[in-house]
Design a protein around this ligand. Structure first.
Ligand code: FES
Length: 167
């Protein structure tokens, strides 16, 4: 079941250039570009800068900390070191802006596996490190930074039968 979060008015959005709100603990920001409204997670997936403080131009949002660029419609990044940001549908009713937040059914283990592969293929150490240090995903075996991985955490098999993390 999707949550409908009233986040402000179109007038406020046009006066300020952005709207922010929360769906539970999830920060959300809304922008207008070429007459369309778009909602994204308000945390930059690169290092967490508030995206509502970025710049919108021609359907792209640029984060002001390290200049990662995101497509407003999909949340897809143009900069692989930054990662994609989650995008949400927006509804406008009588001048009120509502963001529709459905449950996130992303397979986190598969997502982290893909990001680790991308980081390794492209030699992006930050992407590798972030994937390897995700301590919050049950079943993700490559946890290295906090040591809280599952006791049966698999890793690359070594010749002596011991296991070793690739990170
Ligand atoms: S925090 Fe946004 S680009 Fe680095």
């Amino acid at each position: 079941m999707a949550e409908h979060v009233k986040i402000g008015s179109v007038d406020e959005l046009r006066a300020r250039g952005w709207l922010t709100g929360k769906a539970g603990s999830l920060p959300i920001c809304v922008f207008e570009s070429d007459g369309e409204l778009f909602a994204l997670d308000d945390r930059c997936p690169h290092m967490g800068f508030p995206l509502h403080r970025g710049t919108v131009e021609s359907g792209l949002l640029t984060c002001h900390w390290h200049n990662a660029r995101f497509d407003l419609r999909s949340g897809g990044t143009l900069d692989p070191w930054a990662d994609d940001v989650r995008a949400y549908p927006v509804e406008v009713d009588d001048g009120t802006v509502t963001v529709v937040v459905a449950a996130d059914h992303t397979d986190r283990v598969e997502y982290l596996r893909r990001r680790l592969e991308e980081g390794l293929e492209q030699g992006i150490t930050l992407v590798i490190a972030k994937a390897c240090s995700d301590c919050s995903t049950p079943g993700w075996p490559w946890v290295t930074s906090c040591g809280s991985g599952p006791p049966s955490a698999p890793a690359t098999a070594r010749r002596d039968g011991a296991r070793d993390s690739p990170c």
